[in-house]
Write a protein that binds this ligand. Structure first.
Ligand code: KG4
Ligand code: ZN
Length: 365
């Protein structure tokens, strides 16, 4: 298929309502003509986490507005679009359903093809949208909802080398911040505090480093942090600024070390495929952490792979990645009809054992 394709993408699987228009002319780099993201942070702030019912209602209210804005910014009418791509899972089911219903309405109304996209495939294919990276490449998704190593060997071929067996790292950062009375989202708060801290003062665990493979675990780390905090509170009646900084530094160092070592293992497996142009890409909000990012970059360089971190706006949830994944799937003949179902769980790699647990932001996969 060599035609130019312009796709409208919709995303509503968690707490961001998004619409985007992406155009791809074969032989050229894809172009993001518009990308609109409406967050819901203020709606959930009082509850300390995403409330699925509130999220679903907000998506249903905002999707049309986001679509209108995206089309206006791209200066296109719906009739000039070639297809509609929509996140059909995994995620919070009410939100996914709102997106799928909206996409079906648009596709039926305008007589356009409908392509259901796996949200994780959207993240995983982003390096091709931003940097036209060739297969196979290694991807680490690290966000508030996801944590997995993916070997991307084709637009619809993913092998999961490992993932978290409990919390995602962003979720762990958020919980740590809450334990220490720091503002949400926790990642940036913990990173800020950690700057003035001594990472060696507290002996926090490095979960699963003693076991082979690329699986990760972060919930024990949070419990260890809680224990250290409680010991200090008991001994001195509260936390000093320095205590807080040291706890943050220790926590961040533990997460960094675990991610670095597991990345080393995943990279070794990837490099055994002898890729012509080795690439290690990261996506997800946690990739914004400077300490983590620079450690991953070092690991990647040491092993001879190019390190790639897409711009943050395309690392976190957005609809440009969904439009792009839709184009990739469509070019391989992927089509859906009005029977397209919204799926709360949808692992990218069905051969790997299922990831357990349902995170704060919906199912892990
Ligand atoms: O990719 P993202 O926006 O998507 C969701 O999971 O929805 O990631 C958000 C997560 C939050 O948990 C946040 O605390 C974390 O990414 N995060 C960070 C940093 N910035 C955001 N974690 C560590 N360090 C940061 N600088
Ligand atoms: Zn996501």
């Amino acid at each position: 298929m060599s035609e130019t394709l312009t796709f409208l993408g919709l995303e509503s699987s968690c707490d961001d309502t998004a619409a985007a228009v992406v155009r791809h002319r074969p032989g050229h780099a894809p172009e993001i003509l518009a990308s609109v993201v409406a967050g819901q942070e203020e709606l959930h702030a009082a509850f300390g986490g995403v409330v699925p019912e509130i999220a679903a209602r907000a998506h249903a209210e905002k999707l049309d507005i986001c679509v209108e804005q995206a089309l206006a910014r791209a200066d296109l009418r719906l009739s000039e679009i070639d297809g509609i791509a929509v996140t059909a899972g995994p995620g919070l089911i009410g939100g996914v359903l709102a997106g799928v219903l909206c996409a079906k309405g648009l596709a039926a109304g305008a007589g356009l093809p409908l392509v259901g996209v796996n949200h994780l495939a959207g993240h995983a294919l982003t390096p091709r949208l931003t940097d036209s990276v060739a297969f196979p490449y290694l991807m680490l998704l690290v966000s508030g909802g996801h944590c997995q190593f993916l070997l991307v060997t084709g637009a619809q071929e993913f092998r999961r080398l490992g993932g978290t067996i409990d919390d995602a790292p962003g979720e762990a950062f958020d919980k740590a911040a809450r334990l220490l009375g720091l503002p949400q989202p926790g990642g940036p708060s913990v990173e800020r505090e950690a700057r003035g801290g001594d990472a060696r003062r507290f002996a926090l665990p490095r979960p699963l480093l003693d076991r082979p493979g690329c699986d990760l675990s972060f919930s024990g780390l949070k419990t260890a942090l809680l224990r250290e905090r409680d010991k200090l509170v008991e001994a001195q009646g509260g936390l000093t600024r320095q205590d807080r900084a040291d706890l943050c530094a220790g926590f961040q160092a533990a997460i960094t070390e675990v991610l670095a070592e597991k990345s080393r293992r995943a990279l070794a497996e990837y490099m055994s495929l002898d890729p012509a142009e080795p690439v290690f890409a990261v996506a997800g909000g946690v990739a914004a952490n400077k300490a983590i990012r620079s450690e991953l970059e070092t690991v990647s360089r040491d092993i001879g792979a190019r390190f790639l971190a897409p711009p943050l706006a395309l690392c976190t949830d957005n609809a440009a990645m969904i439009a792009w994944a839709g184009i990739e799937r469509y070019r391989q003949g992927g089509r859906d009809d009005m029977s397209l179902a919204a799926r709360p769980r949808w692992p990218l790699d069905t051969r790997s054992p299922a990831l357990l647990g349902s995170g704060r932001k919906g199912a892990k996969a």
